[in-house]
Design a protein around this ligand. Structure first.
Ligand SMILES: NC(=O)c1ccc[n+]([C@@H]2O[C@H](COP(=O)([O-])OP(=O)(O)OC[C@H]3O[C@@H](n4cnc5c(N)ncnc54)[C@H](O)[C@@H]3O)[C@@H](O)[C@H]2O)c1
Length: 412
């Protein structure tokens, strides 16, 4: 490797701050810049990077200025979903004008809000020959990677391949209004969080060292529901906390989704991936979980079983916070704590991986092509849910499809 990677962030929100915290475990790269439409938020994210000594970050006035700066070698795209297209256009325009040189771009999940949008931005990035990585932290989570490694090496090697993977991401609802608005976000919880679980089940079921082509999705059964946030009292509460534009009486989005993805292996066997996501789960906080099962073995992972619990009696009436676990719901009683969340959820290993790939030219484990595949699975799950039946994959009309939730026409 020749030099260190200077990284610039687009977006300075929740996700960018998680990555910046994760950077304490990343070698050979420095967080050198942040651009966000809100300059003071960009300043705050830069101050966090400097405080953690992960880079002498400074806020930029525009995406163009950041991309053109020779100090910036790679972009981490962490803006809201509805800004993907405009952000990518801006980056590509600068590169086409010969004003900047980049070694790579990493984009957060979901890659885009529809297959059409995902394919479009991927084509743009490929048009300027920019190496691309798709950020899916859960397949880098240490418990997941170690669990998969041992299950395949010990269990699958002797007893046969795993046949069922389950994954779930659940919490009590997103922190910003745009997530709740189908048109901006691309859907409800299915689009927001099933991208994680759909990719995780595929990852767990894929033999180590084999690529995406070793498993072909052949059928998808999706289900979506509004369990909580269309109840009148919660619709009211949502409007009060998220603003008038988040009106679930008129334009609801699903807060629960499940999908069964049937994959075919190269030797013609069917294996199953079961994904569940929820914004209506009220536990201690965010819960990521997964299972991998085969003929004589199983693996299970649950981030709320972190090995650390604290107890606070009813006398301890402190203010609400997120210091024990992401999307924390309580501060009293027996509470799990997830120490080092960015590492536990996979951000740290993920950022290390993409840094190395962009510096060496190695092919990343996940590219935007993989991001497009994930969007295809999500849209197929929406199609199945809308049609009330299992769909063969890929279903006709997938590229042009926009979920009713994203169009604001969904009736729970
Ligand atoms: N991997 C994960 O588990 C995970 C977790 C959270 C979010 N995400 C993804 O990361 C992205 C950002 O989510 P978040 O939670 O940080 O949201 P957020 O709302 O907290 O932050 C979004 C940031 O983008 C900035 N922004 C606003 N308009 C913009 C524009 N036009 N162009 C670029 N940036 C703009 C905002 O100022 C803010 O800094 C989303 O795509 C989300 O799906 C991934």
């Amino acid at each position: 490797m020749t030099k260190r990677l200077g990284v610039g962030f687009i977006g300075s929100g929740f996700n960018a701050r998680f990555h910046i915290q994760a950077w304490t475990g990343v070698r050979d790269a420095d967080v050198l810049g942040v651009w966000s439409p809100n300059h003071s938020h960009a300043e705050e994210a830069c101050a966090l990077a400097r405080k953690l000594a992960v880079g002498n970050a400074r806020p930029y006035k525009s995406i163009g200025e950041m991309v053109a700066d020779p100090a910036i070698d790679a972009i981490w795209l962490t803006g809201p979903n509805h800004a993907r297209d405009e952000n990518v256009h801006e980056i590509v325009d600068v590169l086409k004008a010969g004003k900047g040189e980049l070694k790579g771009i990493a984009c957060e999940k979901p890659l885009a809000r529809s297959v059409k949008e995902a394919e479009h931005i991927t084509k743009l990035i490929k048009g300027v020959n920019l190496p691309h990585g798709y950020l899916e932290n859960q397949v880098f989570a240490p418990h997941v990677t170690r669990g998969k490694e041992i299950i395949w090496a010990r269990g699958a090697a002797l007893a046969g391949r795993p046949y069922l993977a389950r994954a779930a991401e659940e919490h009590s609802g997103p922190h910003m209004p745009w997530f709740w608005q189908g048109s901006l976000q691309g859907g409800g919880v299915l689009n927001d969080m099933m991208c994680h679980s759909a990719e995780l089940v595929r990852f767990l079921l894929t033999e180590p060292g084999k690529g995406r082509a070793s498993l072909t999705p052949v059928r998808v059964t999706g289900h979506i529901a509004s369990l909580k946030w269309t109840l009148p009292e919660y619709t009211k509460r949502l409007k009060q906390t998220m603003g008038e534009a988040v009106d679930y009486a008129r334009h609801p989005a699903e807060d629960f989704a499940s999908a069964m993805i049937e994959f075919e292996t190269k030797d013609g066997r069917r294996v199953l991936g079961e994904a569940t996501t929820s914004w209506s789960y009220v536990g201690a906080g965010l819960r990521l979980s997964a299972e991998l099962l085969g003929p004589e073995y199983s693996m299970s992972w649950n981030t709320l079983e972190s090995g650390l619990k604290l107890f606070f009696s009813r006398e301890v009436t402190g203010k609400a916070g997120e210091d024990l676990v992401e999307k924390q719901n309580a501060e009293m009683g027996l509470m799990p704590v997830v120490p080092e969340e960015p590492a536990a959820y996979g951000y740290e290993a993920e950022d290390r991986h993409f840094t190395r790939c962009f510096l060496t030219g190695e092919q990343p484990l996940l590219t935007w092509d993989d991001g497009v595949e994930v969007v295809k699975l999500l849209m197929a799950a929406y199609m199945s849910a809308e049609q009330g039946k299992t769909v063969d994959f890929p279903p006709p009309g997938l590229v042009e499809f926009v979920p009713a939730v994203a169009k604001g026409t969904w009736k729970p």
